[in-house]
Design a protein around this ligand. Sequence first.
Ligand code: M6R
Length: 608
Amino acid sequence: MCGIVCYVGEREAKGILLEGLKRLEYRGYDSAGVAIQNGSGVHFERAVGRIADLERKIGTRPLDGTAGIAHTRWATHGEPSEANAHPHRDRDGNVFVIHNGIIENYRALKKKLEGRGVSFRSETDTEVIAHLVALHFEGDLCEAVRKTMLQLEGTFGIAVIHRQVPGKIVVARRGSPLIIGIGENCHLAASDVSAMVRHTNKVVHLLDNELAVLSSDEFSISTVQATPIERVTETVDWQADDAELNGFPHFMLKEIFEQPETVRNAIRGRLDYSEGIPRLGGIAPVWEGLKQCRHLVIVGCGTSYYAGFVGRYIFEKLTDIDVTVELASEFRYRRINFAPNTFVLALSQSGETADTLAAIREARRKGASLMGVVNVVGSSIAREAGAGVYNHAGPEIGVASTKIFTSQLTIMSLLALLLGRHHSLSLTEGIEAIRAVDALPGQISRVLSLAHAIEAMAEKYHLKSNWLFLGRKYNYPIAMEGALKLKEISYIHAEGYAAGEMKHGPIALVNPDMPTVAIAPQDSVYEKMVSNIQEIKSRRGPVIALVTEGDEEIREIADDVIEIPRTLEFLYPILSVIPLQLLAYYCAKFLHRDIDKPRNLAKSVTVE
Ligand code: M6R
């Protein structure tokens, strides 16, 4: 979705802003723009398309200046066009604004402004902000933004500069992330830390209904009611290198290959062999309540939802808790009556997914306790949840979520094991599980060593336009996740199904032109999966089977076989999803898709 990056300091802003925008490219966008202050003037440029198009347009134009704001837009109000790209300005070209989010009352505000003779240049909701700030401006930009905020309904992260206020940027937030970066003789602000990591790892999070004034040597935060705020500076553990390709052709492939390390990060320092119990410091604030937890509701969207779906089986296996999993985007339509001792667990890579955020707010309103498994430290969901476990997986840049999925599954396994050991799991079972979790990074490396074989399968099948993914129990959600991966980056139509449902409909699709990926490790539903594979083969459907190492039975019937190492049944999904990520990646590669930035998709879905 839209991205914001701002810089004020002693260096030329242009290069820093354009480089920051490139780091936000992965979020998905259709146009971009930049405005830079120079003395008492502001120069700006906007372009439809990629940052490279904006750079080309800027060409050798000086765009000099040491304070500026820049934006990538993902169209919501008005088509992708230069006129609709940000920054937007007021009538006299004094105020320049960039905005993430949606101003819900913009029509009413626009009407009022038009009544006062203001004419609009764009179809966006954002433009009202520029005109309102200009109307309220009496020499104090912060005050003008504050008064404007009081008139806005909806969500926003905004950055504003004014021609007559050199060397100052005002940023404000309600519902859309904004982070201030503290650099050497400079300050930055961005909607996403990855836009700033090259310049600083010291950050301060702006919270809802707060605004901040940035200059090269200081910044101050206050609320919309003008109460000054002191906030501690946080250090992010992401390195500039984390946001580089480091020799990989795509971030998605790099992130798939990072999984031995990201799973290791998820378990590092958390396994206690002697007690057969994991240690998870982040849940300390809710631990007393969690021990009494009888009902768990897991919420998430997309891949995080599928992780939650696997999580349901894992919690059911290891604990005595009733578990449901809900799509966060559907949560607001449900009439859920939370029983006492209910916890809601939110899963989110970005920590900014609007539907997931809305779901946990709704759950809290109805009396549930909250926890999160989130990757981005200090993100909105992490803050709102108040307790939980961070993935510590570094930035995930490819739009297709990969490394976070396996990290989420690992963390949920630890959480379930921890609770299970306080319920009925024995010490022996605890130690056995800890040992199996500890072996995962090495086993993932073994799965990754199959990349070339999987690439060859993708070469064989990538022109097939319909695929079926089948799995049972723990691997049913993996079938859905495998299908999601394939469709989102290769644009091949794929369905993920519970294998037991095949005879209730999808089997009608089976023919020699439709590959089925059958996820069939040697677990408690193995024999049933073998029967499903036979049913497909007897209808001449090609089968790619994912099996446990050494499986001879399925090798005899399937067309292609991918072997994964043996593990405990509830941990198989952490291994079985990886070949599916690779299969999707290589199909997309053979089809020449824009793998890290698939069409119409955004990395972080910050509007409902
Ligand atoms: O940041 P989140 O985990 O909350 O994001 C949820 C979904 O938007 C995300 O998983 C999406 O489905 C990905 N494109 C899947 O690869």
